[in-house]
Design a protein around this ligand. Structure first.
Ligand code: IDP
Ligand code: MG
Length: 148
């Protein structure tokens, strides 16, 4: 079982799409492990996007991520990292195919609704950044043997 970090970015909250996006992941069979609604600080945003420091869009990206509240979620499931990335689509909403989250809900490169960890290593780091260990809940869903 893998875990992955999803952020519903401030545009998702402002556009009232939280429920629609969470529904997709629930229906896919991913298991909710942790979830919080918060106002990301500049410090947290800098740590989260440290890999992009120095890029032309870095400052704008930090302003965007800290521009309003976000939802941080940990999903668990078989191949969860790749499954979430596939469901998100490409970075650019305009180039994301219909059926993906970014393809169905956006045409912006920056305001693309959602973040998902891109590797199991980054997932572990990002989960640790956004959640304390006691905010993650381990349990056995009753349908676990059907989901796989
Ligand atoms: P990803 O979210 O698809 O993994 P990354 O390349 O990791 O994309 O970029 C992180 C975030 O930075 C993107 O989700 C998007 O919000 C923003 N971003 C990426 N490339 C650009 C760009 O060229 N212009 C403006 N914003 C960008
Ligand atoms: Mg990325």
């Amino acid at each position: 079982m893998q875990r992955t970090l999803v952020l519903l970015k401030p545009d998702c909250i402002q556009r009232r799409l939280i429920g629609s996006l969470i529904q997709r992941f629930e229906q896919k069979g991913l298991r909710l492990v942790g979830m919080k609604f918060l106002q990301p600080s500049r410090e947290l945003a800098e740590k989260h996007y440290a890999v992009h420091k120095g890029k032309p869009f870095y400052e704008s990206l930090l302003t965007f991520l800290t521009s309003g509240p976000a939802v941080a979620i940990v999903w668990e499931g078989r191949e969860a990292v790749a499954v979430v990335r596939e469901m998100m689509g490409k970075t650019d909403g305009a180039k994301s195919p219909p059926g993906t989250i970014r393809g169905d809900y956006g045409i912006s490169v920056q305001n693309n609704l959602i973040h998902g960890s891109d590797s199991t290593e980054n997932a572990a780091m990002e989960i640790n950044l956004w959640f304390a260990p006691n905010e993650l809940v381990a349990y056995q869903p009753v349908d676990a043997s059907w989901i796989g």
